[in-house]
Design a binder for this molecule. Structure first.
Ligand SMILES: Cc1cc2nc3c(=O)[nH]c(=O)nc-3n(C[C@H](O)[C@H](O)[C@H](O)COP(=O)(O)OP(=O)(O)OC[C@H]3O[C@@H](n4cnc5c(N)ncnc54)[C@H](O)[C@@H]3O)c2cc1C
Length: 416
């Protein structure tokens, strides 16, 4: 399955330019190995590659963020350029932003839209080169779907803000240099109005990052506690009380950047060379001659094609320079649930091997990990229920969900 749009001469020229650039920066044999299906040649080239150098190389080139202004490390380009770059990075098994996906995908666009000149000059370039990794300090134990109800407090003290409170689910906080922090600056105002958005240096005294161990065995995300953490006033993004507007920019970019990616796509973000996800799936099914198994696989193939066509429709809009419509949300819900079903099926097809695997059976371990990790897909980046609510309102035109506390001062809202 490899659905493609026809390139215009302008698109084709850019595609060729980008592939030529890739050829000039990747170890010898990488491009040829993939193009000729020579896995050994590719593996040899891959052994000479590391993700940190790659992040610096693509970050310095402008290709990591073609839509960003040239002066901040982008190309001042078009959405179709971004689309072509993404396609070719996928074709050549390369990560877009390495470990700094939240920096490049979320923090950067928010700083470009709402940040001060000084913030743009200080932060953007190092986001692109991966020299400074970012995390997103939004969700709290009592505030996830209803993000505007965050309770972490920021109190002005001279030319500093003092932060107290707690965040949770903070992906890669333990490796991050900076965090995008949403905090409450005015509890007398209704919940959406009393918020402000800050840049937090994660090494500031009083920031306590505690990794959470997941059922996959790894620790992707953390709890983060703030005890009298001092943030300089210059780290406020936008103006005081403007936090919700800034956060919406981050969230919109989150949906389009990473929501609904399967583990095969997220390990790809981390820089492991991946195979085509469909081939990877087929390779994990042992008994493909069984008619019932084949029937189910055909169904997954059909759904995967539908998903690809929806993605293609969004890409077509990007290639025309337009902003995609509801395709992103629709595919996020579909993809998340598809990943769950597909990973459950893979466990079933492998039987005991996928439940109690031998120590050296990394394929079986991978099958179990994919199954467990897929549970998060319907939660991260907005739950399927919340996205369905949004689709019902924005696409189907159903009445908005009633929000009884929308105009009530935050301090008067009953909280657990
Ligand atoms: C792997 C992973 C990584 C994450 N990384 C980050 C991160 O880096 N930074 C960060 O800030 N957050 C992160 N999150 C948090 C994520 O954004 C929240 O988990 C998500 O928004 C849901 O919030 P919640 O967990 O508080 O659940 P709740 O909002 O409490 O929801 C609980 C259940 O109720 C349902 N529900 C809630 N409200 C409604 C409604 N109005 N209508 C219908 N159903 C509803 C939800 O769909 C869900 O099923 C991450 C989450 C995961 C799983």
């Amino acid at each position: 399955m490899n659905l493609k749009l026809e390139d215009t001469p302008e698109h084709l020229a850019f595609r060729k330019e980008f592939i030529t650039w890739l050829q000039s920066v990747l170890p010898l044999g990488w491009i040829e190995g993939i193009r000729d299906g020579d896995e050994e040649l590719f593996k040899e080239a891959r052994a000479k590659w590391d993700v940190l150098t790659w992040m610096k190389t693509i970050g310095d080139s402008g290709y990591a963020a073609p839509l960003w202004p040239i002066e901040y490390g982008g190309l001042s380009g078009h959405t179709w350029m971004q689309q072509i770059i993404r396609e070719e990075l996928g074709n050549y098994r390369l990560p877009l932003a390495g470990f700094n996906l939240l920096g490049v995908g979320l923090a950067g666009p928010t700083i470009i839209e709402h940040g001060s000149q000084g913030q743009k000059e200080r932060y953007l370039k190092k986001i692109l080169t991966g020299e400074e990794i970012w995390c997103q300090l939004f969700s709290e134990p009592g505030s996830g779907s209803d993000l505007a109800s965050v309770a972490t407090r920021a109190v002005k003290d001279g030319d500093e803000w003092i932060i107290n409170g707690q965040k949770v689910w903070t992906t890669i906080a333990q490796f991050s240099k900076f965090g995008m922090l949403l905090a409450r600056t005015d509890p007398d105002k209704p919940k959406h109005e009393g918020l402000s958005y800050f840049i937090l240096d994660m090494k500031t005294p009083g920031v306590d990052v505690r990794p959470l161990k997941q059922m996959t065995g790894s620790s992707e995300f953390n709890e983060v506690f703030f005890s009298d953490v001092r943030i300089p006033a210059e780290n406020l993004v936008g103006s005081e009380g403007d936090g919700w507007r800034c956060a919406r920019t981050t969230l919109m970019n989150e949906r389009s950047t990473l929501a609904g990616l399967s583990i095969d796509e997220t390990t790809f973000i981390g820089g492991s060379a991946r195979k085509d996800p469909w081939q990877l799936f087929v390779d994990m099914i042992p008994n493909t001659k069984d008619p019932q198994i084949r029937q189910k696989m055909a169904q997954f193939y059909i759904e995967s094609t539908v998903k690809e066509i929806t993605g293609l429709r969004a890409n077509l809009k990007r290639m025309r320079g337009e902003t995609p419509g509801p395709e992103g949300g629709v595919n996020k819900v579909f993809n998340a649930e598809y990943n769950k079903r597909k990973s459950s099926f893979t466990v079933d097809a492998n039987g005991m091997r996928a439940i109690a695997w031998a120590k050296d059976d990394s394929t079986a371990e991978g099958i179990a990990t994919r199954f467990l990790r897929a549970r998060a897909n319907t939660i991260e980046g907005g739950t399927s229920e919340i996205l369905r609510n949004q689709m019902s309102e924005r696409i189907l035109g159903l009445p908005r969900e009633i929000e009884v506390d929308k105009d009530v001062p935050f301090k008067e809202i009953k909280r657990q």
